[in-house]
Design a protein around this ligand. Structure first.
Ligand SMILES: *Cc1c(COP(=O)(O)O)cnc(C)c1O
Length: 239
């Protein structure tokens, strides 16, 4: 093992331990929570090492970084999640490698994703990103739709060729009534998820929790956690 590989293996083991304890504490099976490793700003060589170590889900937030990385790793058995704010002019590229887009937050993006999926001949899983700091009708500081917009967005995704509605995603808000209350924020997301599932029973994914708050996400009922720094180390630059 190289130094980097043992570093990643140790970090992964530590995250795995945190996830197992959090699941046990919540009375949940470890298999109810999927780890997605956020590889943004880190090179394709790290993605390759992670795949060797058993990681099967990776996430990226910028198309410029993600597209060449995904291409360099096309031979690996990985599911690629796109989790960043997404401009419609990047959608065609993203639809070429992403299996899921977790940051669906406006009708225009749904329309563009549907056209791009059709063009690529692929089906894209979509999560509606909920901003718990968004005023009604507005969007969150880090992207995301207000909870009031969920039903309409989900219906639009479900009715769009090439797209599948798979669930919900959120990032714990830094402002508003949920600031500093990660678990309450994630519980709110889970509540919205049960409403979503009433209309779309297959939309079971609840993506919440990052390096700092994965325990709170597991306690609240998240099905997917997105962990970057705890696996790869502190990022060299903002991303
Ligand atoms: C970067 C990022 C993460 C991972 O954050 P860490 O704190 O590094 O674990 C999760 N979700 C999204 C949307 C991100 O952009």
């Amino acid at each position: 093992m190289t130094d980097r590989e043992s570093e990643l293996a140790e970090n992964l083991a530590r995250v795995e331990e945190r996830l197992s304890s959090a699941c046990a504490a919540a009375g949940r099976g470890r298999d109810e929570v999927t780890l997605i490793v956020v590889t943004k700003t880190y090179p394709a060589s790290d993605v390759r090492l992670l795949a060797d170590l058993g990681v099967r889900h990776v996430a990226e937030n910028r198309d410029q970084d993600a597209a060449p990385k995904a291409e360099a790793c096309a031979d690996l058995p990985l599911t690629w999640h796109f989790v960043g704010q997404l401009q419609t002019n990047k959608v065609r590229s993203v639809a070429g490698y992403a299996h899921l887009v977790q940051s669906v937050d406006r009708p225009k993006l749904v329309t563009a994703l549907s056209a791009a999926a059709a063009h690529a001949g692929r089906e894209l899983g979509c999560l509606v990103q909920i901003a718990l700091d968004a005023e009604s009708g507005g969007r969150g500081a880090r992207g995301g739709a207000a909870p009031e917009q969920l039903a309409e967005l989900a219906a639009l995704v479900a009715g769009s060729p090439g797209l599948r509605i798979d669930g919900l995603m959120t990032v714990a808000p830094l402002a508003g009534p949920y600031a500093g209350r990660e678990q309450a924020a994630f519980e709110r997301l889970v509540e919205l998820s049960s409403r979503l599932r009433a209309d779309h029973p297959a939309a079971t994914m609840v993506s919440a929790g990052m390096s700092a708050d994965l325990e709170q996400a597991v306690a609240a009922g998240a099905t997917h956690v997105r962990v970057g720094t705890a696996v790869l180390g502190a990022r060299p630059r903002l991303g």
